[in-house]
Design a protein around this ligand. Structure first.
Ligand SMILES: C[S@@+](CC[C@H](N)C(=O)[O-])C[C@H]1O[C@@H](n2cnc3c(N)ncnc32)[C@H](O)[C@@H]1O
Length: 187
């Protein structure tokens, strides 16, 4: 039997989960990617959807940034031509102007060691160029969520970034922009 700590590492788990929350053009990643660049200017460089799933949000980025946009996922579920199939634990470093950090999930932080979401978050902050931005979920409501925030804050403290609220107030049926942040690389 597969344990709670390892189930989120399986393709089957992500096929089922992605069917429930990222199935259409109202997904929060899509809404953010459509709107966020009306509020921020990003430097030159790669625009990355880390955890692309079916690549709907990636397609929105491609519409705005063309070949600068790319996705990364352990499984390229949408067979998007600009998504590379790579495990976050094996992803090489490269400079990024914008990263939407959505590998695995905030709710599963620290349930595995090493943890894919924390590894993705650290990868994102490490690879941002000065003036670049990372968008990700940082906050929540339960005691477990608060522990997840603390794990993320320990990574924030190691990198030269400022935490900013999401500009605008976006809400969906199962999400709230108050949970999410923009992190800007100083310099
Ligand atoms: C919350 S979903 C991403 C949703 C997507 N951003 C969207 O807009 O529809 C998380 C994704 O992380 C991917 N993932 C899980 N573990 C991973 C790992 N170790 N390396 C890379 N991707 C991983 C899953 O395949 C899944 O598609």
């Amino acid at each position: 039997m597969i344990g709670k700590k390892t189930m989120t590492m399986t393709k089957t788990y992500w096929i089922e989960r992605n069917k429930t929350i990222n199935v259409d053009w109202s997904a929060k990643t899509v809404v953010y990617c459509r709107n966020i660049f009306k509020h921020i200017n990003i430097p030159k460089g790669n625009v990355v959807m880390l955890g692309a799933a079916y690549s709907l949000a990636l397609e929105v980025l491609v519409g705005q940034f063309g070949k600068r946009a790319m996705g990364v996922d352990k499984w390229n579920f949408g067979n998007h031509p600009q998504c590379i199939t790579e495990d976050i634990f094996d992803l090489d470093d490269f400079d990024c102007a914008f990263v939407y950090c959505d590998v695995a999930s905030f709710s599963h932080i620290a349930q595995q060691n090493p943890c894919p979401r924390l590894t993705a978050f650290e990868w994102s902050l490490r690879n941002l160029v000065p003036g670049g931005y990372c968008l990700t979920r940082m906050y929540g409501y339960s005691d477990q969520d608060m522990k997840s925030t603390q794990h993320l804050m320990r990574i924030v403290d190691k990198h030269n970034v400022t935490i900013l609220p999401i500009p605008g107030n976006f809400r969906g049926s199962d999400w709230d922009s108050k949970d999410d942040v923009l992190l800007r690389k100083k310099g």
